[in-house]
Design a protein around this ligand. Sequence first.
Ligand code: AKG
Length: 314
Amino acid sequence: MVNQREAQTRYQQAEELDGPVVLPIPKATQDLEQAQEDLRIYGCCIVENVLHPKIVSDLKSRMDRQFEAEQALGEQCPDRGPSNKIVIPNLVNKGKHYLDLVERRETEALAGYLLGKDFLLSSLTAHMFLGTTPTIELIHRDQGQIPASVEFPAICNLFYTLDEFTPERGSTVVFPGSHRWPLNHRVHPPKAELGHQVHLAPGSVFAFDGRLWHGTGANREGHRRRALSVFCCAPWVRQQENAAAATSHDIFESAGPKLRARLGLKTYGTLGNINGTRIDHQRIAFGNVDVAFPDELIGEDAQLIPVQKTRSKN
Ligand SMILES: O=C(O)CCC(=O)C(=O)O
């Protein structure tokens, strides 16, 4: 049984299932407390009517534009991999409209519930298809780098949908309840055909526990099926995108305290220090305090090394 205090969250693990039982997909709701309970019982939840249709339409065209513009970069275009299901990485630098999702109340309520109030943004990415795909993609757990014996969530993935998700369009295959499976079913993935495919309306958020087995469905229609993933982690987990190196300093400088903290500019106990972290109002080095990105690092014989700050060209 999970020790709540040890995990530093309000989250209480539901009891282990007898075997690899696949529960139904929970119904869509607009009630965030219900969604939190769905996360606890099923390992996933659907919150509908989250994004206004105008915002959905705007995000869709921005995402398409971003894709086309990156393709035109040629060799500098991020690697898209071999599949027609692609990811546009590192959206932190690609517009405020994406960053807004990080601070949305649904992100706060769902990621905060699973991971505690000090959770970090692990990555911010766009997901879409460029055509059909032949099979269901790899069934995996998002917290695959964390030992399977860990009995609590360390990752929460929130998919903000911009298109309808249907099985023909390759909607996500999920195994509700698999975050409660016995240890011997948490290492090797179940057969993809035994999972359920989600049905999601555009403008919803589909959130799931990092221990849930899932994968991208086969897209038989070739529809783009766009979504934005706000992928969050516990404050002691290494972030998927290297926030300190991959965030433009314009973003760090213009971000409010909440976003800076989500990007890692806040200590968590002894983690996340810069230059030893100067804390004017207290003499202890522990606790959760905001840290500033310094202009200089302290080097040998206290030589000051200027920090190479990345800046966008415009
Ligand atoms: O695209 C999907 O439906 C699921 C993506 C996925 O498996 C992931 O982001 O971990």
